[in-house]
Write a protein that binds this ligand. Structure first.
Ligand SMILES: Cc1cc2nc3c(=O)[nH]c(=O)nc-3n(C[C@H](O)[C@H](O)[C@H](O)COP(=O)(O)OP(=O)(O)OC[C@H]3O[C@@H](n4cnc5c(N)ncnc54)[C@H](O)[C@@H]3O)c2cc1C
Length: 506
């Protein structure tokens, strides 16, 4: 996008953060990926990344609980343009954070990040085709105003300030420590302690084997079972490919193989749930002690991939159970007492520390208040176009990954589509572009059709999906990649226009 010396000066009520072609919100995988793709396509684009925290990495900086790791392949979670060089295909959280920091440094993205800059609102002015973005610094209370022609939200999908914890009766009487994995205290001493982890999602499954190394005993308390499937941390077949080919080529091949493998697993689960259930059960039983009640603790009522399939690396969760250092209890909480949890069955779980691995709170657009010419809009009232633009909202993108494959697979398509759109607009002198749904009203479907608790609790936090392309949000990387590369037209269902240079500088 062309530089913006012509942008109108900001009224001096707040410090001027500057004027940019693109304002990116968030310095996680999505924000960094957007910075790379936008400048790759159009070098010299003036962009800034506004990040509320003091470090990059987003999820991989925030979540610090023991054992935090990817639960999809790191070869697809890493960027296609920056090879993952470590051996593991399932990566630890701090290695992912290091990779993101190194990548931002290597590609010159770092100096464009403004830390401690929390975006609170973004207002579109159609007289000048400009976004005005207001920010605060939570630590100092300082505020600032930025202006941009395009806003790209790489702000993730959940509330950074609060995790989800149900109201457990009597929790205030518990004399031990209660911890949410989203805010793990770095100095928490759990050596030799009795721990109960409430929940059986990906967080619990990666946390428990790590805790079990030091804790006296770790109990996973679940209301109902989750499907677990064990895979290797280092995959010998992928390693063999990486040894044969040069780094960039092998990254592309391994990435494709990992995406295809995850796609096949998902396809089998959806089309032949009986087969998938049998395979999973067989594997679980083979890794647990003889006679273990697999059907009580690991046989969900739903079909595989109705909810995310949880990855166990190198069978570590099963090993922790087999060694007696971890156990699974399938029951309901009646109430907390001073020493632990009283179960509906009448049992009692003694605990020094209770971990509430009970999930996230879904949040659209980083909780930022969006308005068009002073009128507030709600993202959940709008249809979403190609899974990243909002109906009738100009020059705004929200980057959201897949629920059934690595986030970056779609985040990179979104970043490339944004770069392409900006390039297209610039080459024709357009100053605004927005998707517009003309014709017959379109039936609505859920954008995230996964039965995860954090989605079901807040179904309407997300924009609406339509039922036909390009308004249909699909959880299908290969279909999206084919559409993006061969089918999608840039001007399909899009309205473009320009304001005069005069009004931009008025
Ligand atoms: C524990 C955990 C494990 C996960 N594991 C996987 C996995 O294995 N594979 C996978 O594909 N996905 C996984 N996910 C999903 C994960 O969030 C994505 O992989 C990916 O990290 C999302 O990147 P992002 O940049 O879009 O968002 P985030 O990583 O959430 O980063 C968003 C950034 O935006 C900033 N931000 C938000 N709002 C504002 C605002 N208003 N103003 C300024 N800055 C703001 C945040 O501070 C943050 O730095 C996991 C999620 C969690 C919570």
């Amino acid at each position: 996008m062309t530089a913006t010396p012509e942008a109108a000066p900001i009224p001096q009520t707040e410090p001027d953060g500057g004027s940019y072609d693109v304002i990116i919100v968030g310095a996680g995988i999505s924000g960094l990926g957007a910075a790379y793709r936008i400048t790759e396509r159009r070098p010299g684009t003036r962009y800034v990344i506004l990040e509320r925290r003091d470090q990059i990495g987003g999820t991989w900086d925030l979540f610090r609980y023991p054992g935090v790791r990817s639960d999809s392949s790191i070869f697809t979670l890493s960027f296609p343009w920056e090879p993952w060089t470590r051996r593991e295909g399932v990566a630890d959280g701090d290695h992912i954070r290091e990779y993101l920091v190194d990548t931002a440094r290597k590609h010159g993205i770092y100096p464009n990040i403004h830390f401690h800059t929390h975006v609170v609102s973004a207002d579109w002015d159609s007289a000048t085709d400009t976004w005005t973005v207001h920010t605060t610094d939570a630590a100092t209370g300082a505020s600032a105003t930025y202006r941009g022609r395009f806003v790209f939200f790489g702000s993730g999908y959940y509330n950074y300030d609060e995790g989800f914890t149900p109201q457990f009766p009597g929790i205030e009487t518990f004399k031990g420590t209660v911890v949410h994995p989203q805010f793990w205290p770095g100095d928490l001493d759990y050596d030799g302690k009795k721990m109960v982890v409430i929940g059986s999602g990906a967080t619990a499954i990666s946390l428990i084997p790590a805790l079990a190394k030091k804790a006296a005993k770790v109990t996973m308390l679940q209301r109902s079972p989750t499907y677990l499937f064990s895979g290797p941390r280092v995959n010998p077949a992928l390693q063999a490919i990486r040894k044969v080919f040069p780094r960039k080529i092998s990254h592309a091949i391994v990435r494709f193989v990992a995406a295809a493998f995850e796609g096949v697993i998902w396809f089998i689960a959806r089309t032949s749930p009986g087969l998938a259930k049998a395979l999973i059960r067989r594997q679980n039983a083979s890794k647990l002690p003889p006679g273990y009640p697999v059907d009580i603790h690991f046989k969900p009522r739903y079909n595989p991939w109705d909810q995310r399939l949880c990855l166990v690396t190198d069978g570590d969760m099963f090993a922790a159970i087999s060694s007696g250092r971890a156990e699974v209890v399938t029951d309901h909480i009646d109430h907390f007492d001073e020493t632990g949890i009283v179960l509906k069955s009448g049992g009692h779980l003694d605990a020094d520390i209770v971990v509430t691995a009970t999930g996230l709170q879904l949040q659209a657009l980083g909780g930022v208040r969006i308005s068009l010419d002073g009128v507030e809009i709600k993202p959940q009232d709008r249809f979403v176009y190609k899974a990243h633009m909002l109906e009738d909202v100009p020059n705004l993108v929200w980057c959201v990954g897949y629920t059934n494959a690595s986030w970056t697979l779609r985040a990179d398509i979104t970043a490339r589509a944004t770069a392409k759109l900006i390039d297209y607009m610039d080459s024709r002198g357009y100053t605004h572009a927005y998707p517009h749904l003309g014709g017959e009203p379109m039936p609505e479907k859920l954008a995230w059709d996964i039965q995860a608790g954090y989605v079901l609790r807040n179904l309407h936090a997300l924009p609406k999906s339509g039922t036909k392309r390009p308004w249909n949000v699909r959880q299908n990387y290969f279909a999206d990649a084919i559409d993006y590369n061969f089918v999608d037209k840039i001007d399909e269902d899009m309205a473009f226009g320009r304001v005069s240079e005069l009004s931009r500088s008025a």
